[in-house]
Write a protein that binds this ligand. Structure first.
Ligand code: PLP
Length: 391
């Protein structure tokens, strides 16, 4: 390499292999620090650890070196100054909202949100006096228009959204001035889009899904500017939804293969979506990679791959969905996503079961809506299985 040419930063797939080695010395595999407490050498040292922001060798709720390595890996992949991990995606959402909002504050939320996030904003937030306005986040300008200057402290959106794969425009969210902006990017993973590069303040993931990627960890994570992440930590250390070192270790292993897994899963999802579009039992297919998706142009602008999850509607409603699920042999009936197994879920009876029929209708969750998280099996086996079960 010529001496005057600065080295180019590694591409995401390469960064994912190397990221988060901070606490592992020369070991290629990350080290597991199972400890929940560290000894201090003297009272001055104890005081320093107790009062430091994010001490990772003091007490497990304050921080842990293995968790820190996972956080550093996500910060690197998201192009963020820092990251903070939690015991679940909901732990990340609840801690972030409660860290940044007080009674009397106003929140603007896209109505296209994971049902648990919706329930949190509608239930506990309302009870604590946080006023939430829900708007159609897929409608251009809707999130920004709902901001009340001086009152709105937070704008929160999810893109692509669970379960109908609707999108919000990241440039638009990033240009909102005043409130903090938070984007749940779980469905895209840190390989699929970079909300921070569009000006969004915090990107958030349920790392239980594609990031950990093997259905063996329950984790959440946020990433953004250090000052803001530290402010969330100052609340989160009291809220207590901290990440476990074991799950962080599993997620660090997941990060290594994230790029290759999402590439395979997105390629299969693209083929499956295209096949379902031509199936006579299917009335609609929701997948940002399809030209027929109403926001396909936005997807190509802000996403690096069209995602590993799709949804489709069955003409026969719930009975057809039940028959389909009974007949599947490769895909499993389960509600999570982003893992090695292809998972099929019926949102009406599972993720959205707690909503009223009106709320379900408003979320676009019809009786015949089926969500598929495409796994790592041979693409032909996945497609044949679903097409055979539909026959
Ligand atoms: N965000 C999205 C988009 C999700 O799909 C989920 C769970 O399905 C969550 C957040 C919550 O994550 P967790 O189950 O890890 O708490």
């Amino acid at each position: 390499m010529s001496p005057d040419r600065p080295p180019r930063p590694p591409r995401p797939a390469t960064a994912a292999i190397r990221a988060g080695r901070g606490a592992s010395g020369l070991s290629l595999a990350p080290a597991l620090w199972a400890s929940s407490v560290w000894e201090s050498t003297c009272l001055d040292d104890a005081h320093r650890r107790a009062t430091a922001t994010r001490a990772d060798e003091f007490y497990g709720r304050y921080g842990n070196p293995t968790v820190r390595s996972f956080e550093q890996a996500i910060a690197e992949l998201e192009g963020a100054e820092d990251a903070l991990a939690f015991g679940s995606g909901m732990g990340a959402i609840a801690s972030t909202v409660l860290a940044l909002c007080s009674a009397g504050d106003h929140v603007v939320a896209a109505k296209q949100l994971y049902a648990g996030t919706l329930a949190f904003l509608q239930g506990p937030c309302a009870r604590f006096g946080i006023d939430v306005s829900f708007v159609d986040g897929s409608r251009p300008g809707a999130l920004g228009d709902a901001v009340r200057p001086g009152r709105t402290t937070l704008v929160i959106a999810e893109t692509p959204s669970n379960p109908r794969l609707e999108l919000c425009d990241l440039d638009e969210i990033g240009s909102i001035v005043g409130p903090f902006t938070v984007v749940d990017s779980t469905f895209a993973t840190p390989i699929g889009q970079h909300p921070l590069s569009h000006g969004v303040d915090l990107v958030l993931h349920s790392a239980t899904k594609g990031i950990a990627g093997h259905n063996d960890a329950t984790l959440g994570v946020i990433a953004g500017e250090r000052e803001l992440v530290d402010a969330v930590w100052a609340y989160a250390v009291l809220h207590g939804a901290m990440a476990s070192p074991f799950d962080s270790l599993n997620a660090l292993r997941g990060v290594r293969t994230l790029a290759v897994r999402t590439a395979h899963q997105a390629a299969t999802a693209t083929r499956l979506a295209d096949r379902l579009l031509r199936h006579e039992c299917v009335t609609a297919v929701h997948y940002p990679g399809l030209e027929s998706h109403p926001q396909h142009e936005l997807a190509t602008r802000q996403m690096l791959h069209p995602g590993t999850v799709l949804a489709f509607e069955l003409a026969g409603g719930r009975p057809s969905a039940a028959t389909l699920i009974d007949r599947l042999e490769v895909a499993r009936c389960a509600t999570s996503l982003g893992g090695p197994e292809t998972l099929v879920c019926h949102p009406m009876t599972t993720t959205h079961a707690g909503l009223t029929p009106e709320e379900r209708a408003d979320s676009g969750v019809t009786d015949g809506l089926v969500r598929v998280s495409v796994g790592l099996e041979d693409p032909d086996d996945v497609i044949d299985d679903i097409v055979r079960a539909l026959a």
